[in-house]
Unconditional design. Structure first.
Length: 317
């Protein structure tokens, strides 16, 4: 029986301009004058509740004060030292439920300082400048670290270790790095391929090699990584690895991850451990992944990875 209706599925229903408008930036960037006016609304609280509410530990009053002073490069440094993926964080973090929700301007004026948009303003200005790279690598240490997972946690770990002079190899199954930032966010939140632009900035520090199309599936692969590198970082996310992430030799945390990143009990609360042969970090998606970099850096600092990657004589068996 033939239908009296023509097929209802067809391409190019909308014009190119319609598509561009519909998928444009959901929250357009502030202009220079708008950013200055917004920054001057900040009271620069001493015990700033916004900084306490920030999951990535950014010194919010400090970076906003630098915007008000016209020091966008210094503002970006404050942000990126706490969170090397601060540009994406500014775009997708639910600031209305975190730093902006506790802003004291809510009580005084009924609306908070636009912290997320100010953060984006500073980081975008840096990345669009003639010299976007803020950081330099320390002298090479001769140590190599394998990072499995090129999502926010893995990239933050790689950048932090590269700054310290370690050589880092990042393994990922996907054809593009970025993890959730590349594959899990709506395009209207991150237009103009921003995820890849941010990764290009992060890799520009040097010392980081990406190996795409590599999937960790067997304990033998894990053993090979341990043999070939001085340390191993697992940051593969929760989507398909929640139950099978931890192989033999990688401790299973006794509690589920709180936010982003989980540690074994013997590491929790101690500051004099090395990174160890293997550090497993499971990313949770509650914050869209943007909090992962700061949690990773906090874990590495807590385990003294900033100053100590195991000597080549460490037992990797």
């Amino acid at each position: 029986m033939s239908s009296a209706f023509a097929p209802d599925i067809q391409a190019n229903r909308l014009s190119a301009s319609d598509y561009a408008r519909n998928f444009a930036d959901a929250s357009p960037p502030l202009s220079v004058s708008q950013a200055l006016l917004e920054a001057e609304r900040c009271l620069y609280c001493f015990d700033a509740p916004c900084a306490t509410a920030c999951h990535t530990g950014i010194d919010v009053p400090s970076f906003i004060k630098r915007i008000a002073d016209g020091n966008l490069r210094g503002s970006a440094r404050t942000i990126l030292e706490a969170n090397p993926l601060g540009g994406m964080c500014a775009r997708v973090c639910p600031t209305e439920n975190l730093c902006e929700e506790v802003c004291v301007r809510n009580t005084q004026e009924g609306r908070p300082v636009q912290i997320g948009r100010l953060q984006r303003h500073a980081v975008d200005a840096l990345m669009e400048s003639a010299q976007p790279q803020l950081f330099t690598r320390a002298a090479p240490t001769g140590k190599t670290v394998a990072v499995v997972g090129a999502g926010p946690a893995g990239l933050a770990c790689a950048h932090t270790l590269a700054r310290l002079g370690h050589a880092v190899v990042v393994y990922d199954a996907k054809p593009k790095a970025g993890g959730l930032n590349e594959y899990g966010l709506a395009s209207y939140k991150t237009p103009d391929d921003f995820a890849q632009k941010e990764i290009a900035w992060l890799l520009d520090i040097g010392g980081i090699t990406l190996r795409q199309g590599w999937r960790l599936e067997t304990p033998a692969q894990l053993d090979a990584l341990r043999q070939d590198h001085d340390a191993l970082f697992l940051g593969m996310g929760l989507q398909q690895t929640r139950q099978n992430l931890f192989f033999q030799g990688v401790e299973q945390p006794t509690q589920p991850p709180l936010g982003i990143g989980s540690q074994s009990p013997r590491h929790r609360g101690h500051g004099n451990h090395t990174i160890g042969p293997t550090l497993g970090v499971r990313q949770a998606g509650g914050m869209g992944g943007e909090a992962a970099p700061a949690h990773v850096q906090a874990n590495l600092m807590r385990m003294n990875a900033y100053t100590s990657v195991p000597d080549s004589g460490v037992n990797r068996s």
